[in-house]
Design a protein around this ligand. Structure first.
Ligand code: SF4
Length: 391
């Protein structure tokens, strides 16, 4: 063996040191997020949190020319670059509330649901009393037949209207109350790097406290804003909650980018650990965790950089986002949905109205859409199929 090594060194003019395997030092580029094992001295909160060291400072600050980007713009850009630009130019921010139905009724807070349910029962009781009192009053009032019938008709219509609304509210709140009663404690493991199914009230049973963010969360240094629907707190963990309209449990890349942006925002503004975000599905209390992994954060950051560049290029007129490679993406897109053309409803770009890109149907009714007006084309929206450019 020694002879063989000497021969090799002679042939390749190597010294003995060259044959020793070099020590590998860990590569840690500035923008990568490092993995750390939790130490024995960690606090309870840190131990509960993910072992990923999510160093907020690892994300470079935005430049002076960079625009402020919302989590919604980021999500839309991930879906389609044109949708991202449209959202940004319309100054669209995260919606204040996203209730799937009966938007005035409480959805997330247990106590508020119980209280509203009690009120709805009380309301039904008083409607029943009003019915009996109305019947008694009508039977003793000495009215001519026509006035009697008229009063009865008006009273019955109003009573039916209020009773119907009260019954719908009572039934809906009853369903939500049942979900509270049926909930089983669900405490997702913050160290898991894969999504875990959750249930809203199961999380509350596991000790998570829910609150509504007081305003839009802002990371001024990175020029990022966003507003989760709710924020859950447990120990040193802060978990943003988002709700999507889909009920089939499928999470798309735009959903992941949005909630990871929310994770970044809660960490940057509150200085707490955010090992995962939660996405709730449609008109249900079911949801899933989205782990705040290195990969997800790197994807979020790369989308943030790309959207900033695209916004700047598009504003300067240097480059516009291309049409999607797959036309079917436009089929259900709200930016491509045609609407009747009117002076009062123009597409707005940086507070300036755009000239509509007109389309007509067989009856010569004129339509336009946001994406068409902005990018001067006819998107392949399902409702656009029978529309054509006016001759
Ligand atoms: S209509 Fe099509 S191109 Fe326009 S924003 Fe929607 S998906 Fe993108």
């Amino acid at each position: 063996m020694r002879k063989h090594l000497s021969l090799l060194m002679e042939q390749n003019r190597l010294s003995p040191a060259d044959l020793v395997e070099p020590q590998r030092s860990p590569v840690k580029p500035a923008n990568r997020f490092s993995l750390q094992e939790s130490s024995a001295t960690d606090s309870t909160a840190s131990r509960l949190a993910n072992r990923i060291d999510r160093n907020v400072a690892a994300i470079p600050e935005a430049g002076t020319d960079d625009p402020t980007v919302s989590a919604t713009t980021l999500a839309e850009y991930t879906f389609c670059p044109r949708a991202g630009i449209l959202t940004h130019e319309k100054s669209y921010s995260d919606p204040e509330e996203e209730m799937p139905s009966l938007s005035l009724l409480p959805w997330y807070e247990k106590d508020a649901i119980e209280e509203a349910y009690g009120r709805s029962v009380y309301e039904l009781f008083w409607l029943l009393v009003a019915f009996v009192v109305g019947l008694v009053v009508l039977s003793i009032l000495p009215l001519p037949n026509l006035a009697y019938l008229l009063l009865m008709f008006v009273g019955a219509t109003a009573w039916l209207h209020f009773t119907r609304n009260a019954l719908v509210t009572w039934r809906e709140l009853g369903k939500r109350r049942l979900s509270i009663r049926m909930a089983v404690q669900r405490d997702p493991n913050p160290n898991k790097l894969v999504p875990q199914p959750v249930d809203w009230f199961g999380l509350l049973l596991a000790g998570y406290e829910a609150r509504r963010p007081e305003g839009v969360l802002r990371d001024e240094k990175r020029k990022l804003v966003g507003k989760p629907r709710r924020i859950l707190q447990k120990g040193g963990m802060t978990i943003p909650v988002h709700r999507i309209n889909k009920t089939d449990g499928k999470i798309l890349p735009q959903h992941v980018v949005r909630v990871i942006a929310h994770c970044h925002l809660v960490e940057a503004t509150e200085g707490t650990h955010c090992p995962f975000a939660i996405i709730l599905f449609g008109n249900t209390y079911k949801g899933i965790t989205v782990p705040n992994t290195v990969g997800n954060r790197e994807h979020f950051y790369s989308m943030l950089e790309r959207v900033r560049k695209m916004i700047n290029d598009s504003k300067d007129g240097e480059r516009q986002p291309p049409a999607p490679a797959v036309a079917s993406m436009c089929q259900e897109c709200p930016h491509g949905r045609p609407r009747p053309a009117s002076e009062a409803d123009k597409t707005i770009r940086y507070n300036e109205p755009l000239d509509p890109y007109l389309l007509v149907n067989g009856r010569r009714t004129i339509f336009h859409c946001d994406c068409g007006d902005r990018f001067r084309w006819k998107p392949e929206h399902r409702a656009n199929q029978r529309l054509r450019r006016p001759s």
